[in-house]
Structure formats: structure tokens, C-alpha cells
Write a protein that binds this ligand. Structure first.
Ligand SMILES: C[S@@+](CC[C@H](N)C(=O)[O-])C[C@H]1O[C@@H](n2cnc3c(N)ncnc32)[C@H](O)[C@@H]1O
Length: 235
């Protein structure tokens, strides 16, 4: 499955000054720690909409969802998730950068889309795999920049997601288009090889568990969104 999204969704309702405030904070943190941040601007409304696909699309419409977002940043994708949440759903928003985590905590009070779900949403200022395994989720939405990480770190994170995901639950994540091609030209050899190993691992998981991928051109840079499903116990 492959489709292109237009820039719609909760982000498009942000005022210009709110959008600039998000972008300024994001850029300042990206300059400080690009390895963990992985981008220089927050995701677009179109990418947030695509990433929240399985919060909208529910196998059992009356059963509330337990949602985990990893790498909330300045809340661009959290807004897409919040817009799709229904009464009874709960969400854990995890963010390792304390400045971003505090910012998203503030959005739960001030942002019109996020404040709708403030009673059922918690922000955790920590690494996602420090959340522990005494919990489980129906939907995981990951904004972590896998392309910046080593293969062992990505394996650990993907294994964690599949451990806390309920059978039949979904994992959605994105990567930027053409990263490998750009790195082939500009990156040092060891960085290119590190990223190639990481992308082989990610592709292997997509091949095994993928249920759909879509290109989102209305994002800087354009992105590939991948949706994976954990097999049912007896599958
Ligand atoms: C590419 S940014 C995405 C931010 C936001 N979701 C968006 O789309 O605009 C990745 C975010 O993940 C956070 N991060 C990186 N590694 C993490 C980890 N292991 N656990 C939790 N957050 C992490 C970074 O601090 C950064 O805010």
C-alpha cells in the first residue's frame, strides 16, 4: 500500500506564533543534540496524521486503546494522536530530552487539541526502553530517529516495542526518504555502514511484520511511514 498525504490534521490549526515557538525550540535542541533529535524541524500535520492511522482505525470500535508514543519532541505527532483519541483511551508520551518533555507537559494544559486528553495522558521524561515491561499497549507510535542510531540500540528498542505490544497491536514509525542515498554521497564510510546495518535490521522487521507503508511528501524532509502488526498468539 502506498499513498501520499496532504498537509491536513491538527497541526494545520496551530497559529503561526505557536508553530514558530515549536520550531524554534526544536531547532535549538537539534543543534545541541542532533544524534538524538534526528531532524531540524518538527514533523508536519500530514506526517502526524499518517502516524496516528491506527489510533483512528480500531479493530474493536468500543474497546479503548492504550497508546505509547516514543520521542514526543515538541508534540507534533502527539497532537495527531490526541486528535484521534476517544474517551477511555490512555496515552504515555515518552521523551528523553527533559526540555521537550516539559514543553509537551505544558501543551497538555495550553494546547486545545492536547488539553482534550490531559486527564488520560502522561508525559514521561526518560528513554523509552526505561519504561519497563510491566505495561502493555495496543498502539505504539515511534518518532525515534533510527537512522542516527547503531544497530544494537535499534534492535533493543524494536525488541522492547514488541515485548510491550499486545498480540495484534500495531507499531508505526517513520524514516526519511533518500537518507541512504544522501549518506552514500556525503557520509564517512563508517557512518554509511552503520546506517546501512540499521536499515537492514529495520527492513527485516518490516518484511516480517509490515501491514502497510506510505510516503508523506508534505514533511521536511519527506518521510516513509511504516505500520507493523505483532502476530496474534495463535498465528
Ligand atoms: C525526530 S525527533 C521527533 C519529534 C516529534 N515526534 C516530531 O515528529 O516532531 C525524535 C525525538 O525522539 C527523542 N528521543 C531520541 N531517543 C529517544 C529514546 N531512546 N527515548 C525517548 N525519546 C527519544 C528525541 O529527543 C527527539 O525529541
Amino acid at each position: 500500500m502506498s499513498e501520499t498525504h496532504s498537509p491536513t490534521g491538527p497541526f494545520s490549526s496551530l497559529r503561526l506564533d505557536e508553530r514558530l515557538r515549536d520550531t524554534r525550540l526544536f531547532l535549538s535542541q537539534a543543534l545541541r543534540t542532533f544524534h538524538a533529535t534526528g531532524s531540524i524541524v518538527p514533523s508536519s500535520g500530514a506526517l502526524a496524521h499518517a502516524m496516528a492511522e491506527y489510533v483512528r482505525q480500531r479493530p474493536e470500535p468500543d474497546r479503548p486503546l492504550r497508546i505509547l508514543e516514543a520521542g514526543a519532541g515538541t508534540g507534533a505527532i502527539s497532537r495527531g494522536i490526541a486528535a484521534a483519541m476517544r474517551p477511555g483511551d490512555t496515552a504515555d508520551l515518552v521523551e528523553s530530552n527533559p526540555e521537550f518533555a516539559a514543553y509537551v507537559e505544558g501543551l497538555l494544559e495550553t494546547d486545545p487539541v492536547m488539553s482534550r486528553v490531559s486527564d488520560s495522558t502522561r508525559v514521561h521524561a526518560k528513554l523509552v526502553n526505561d519504561m519497563g515491561t510491566d505495561r502493555s499497549y495496543d498502539v505504539i507510535v515511534s518518532g525515534l530517529p533510527f537512522a542516527n542510531f547503531g544497530v544494537d540500540a535499534v534492535r533493543e528498542i524494536l525488541d522492547y516495542y514488541f515485548e510491550v505490544l499486545e498480540p495484534g497491536g500495531t507499531l508505526s514509525f517513520y524514516g526519511y526518504l533518500y537518507t541512504k542515498e544522501v549518506k552514500a554521497v556525503i557520509a564517512r564510510r563508517e557512518d554509511y555502514l552503520r546506517q546501512a546495518r540499521t536499515s537492514w535490521l529495520v527492513q527485516d522487521r518490516i518484511d516480517r511484520y509490515g501491514i502497510g507503508s506510505e510516503k508523506v511528501f508534505a514533511n521536511i524532509p519527506p518521510a516513509w511511514v511504516h505500520h507493523l502488526r505483532k502476530p496474534e498468539k495463535n498465528a
